[in-house]
Design a protein around this ligand. Structure first.
Ligand code: 4NP
Length: 157
């Protein structure tokens, strides 16, 4: 991959069909609105959904909240750890797996999305909505909006 000089963020979840593609969509919109020119992508820790569009429930929820998603699922690659500047997992299992896969020199790039919560109360992760209902999907977008606000502040500081 050619380096284009942009600051690069990779969002990671388990399947790459619910939380991380939504994080990608929310961050693309919010960072562009904030005047930042970032490279933003997402991937998963498993290849089960490789090539699929996001889960219909997430597509519908994100679209309704103002974030049309255009993504095909892919599994994380070894070279992602060198290429991206920040690698942000959605829950603690994501972080454990990322730390196992990541070469020592890039470990500092790994963060959990909840680090950037600003106003959210009562959550220490972005929980997996896959076995939940539509309220869980809606809540994921609320959590991601809050965290993306904090992440934008962090990048600007
Ligand atoms: P995600 O949700 O990690 O937010 O994309 C999931 C999607 C699929 C599976 C697990 C979590 N799965 O096991 O197939």
């Amino acid at each position: 991959m050619e380096d284009n000089g942009k600051y690069k963020i990779l969002f990671v979840c388990l399947g790459n069909i619910c939380r991380s593609p939504a994080a990608e969509g929310v961050m693309k919109k919010m960072s562009a609105d904030a005047g930042l020119n970032l490279e933003i992508a997402s991937c998963g820790l498993i290849s089960y959904h490789q090539g699929e569009t996001p889960d219909d429930r997430m597509l519908d929820t994100a679209e309704r909240r103002g974030y049309p998603l255009n993504h095909r699922a892919r599994k994380i690659l070894g070279k992602d750890f060198a290429y991206y500047d920040m690698i942000i997992g959605m829950d603690r299992n994501n972080i454990v797996e990322l730390k196992e896969l990541c070469p020592k020199e890039h470990q500092h790039k790994i963060h959990i999305m909840s680090e950037y919560f600003q106003n959210v109360k009562g959550y220490t992760t972005v929980p997996d909505p896959y076995y939940g209902d539509m309220r869980d999907f809606d809540n994921v977008i609320t959590l991601l909006e809050d965290a993306c606000g904090g992440l934008i502040e962090k990048i600007r500081s």
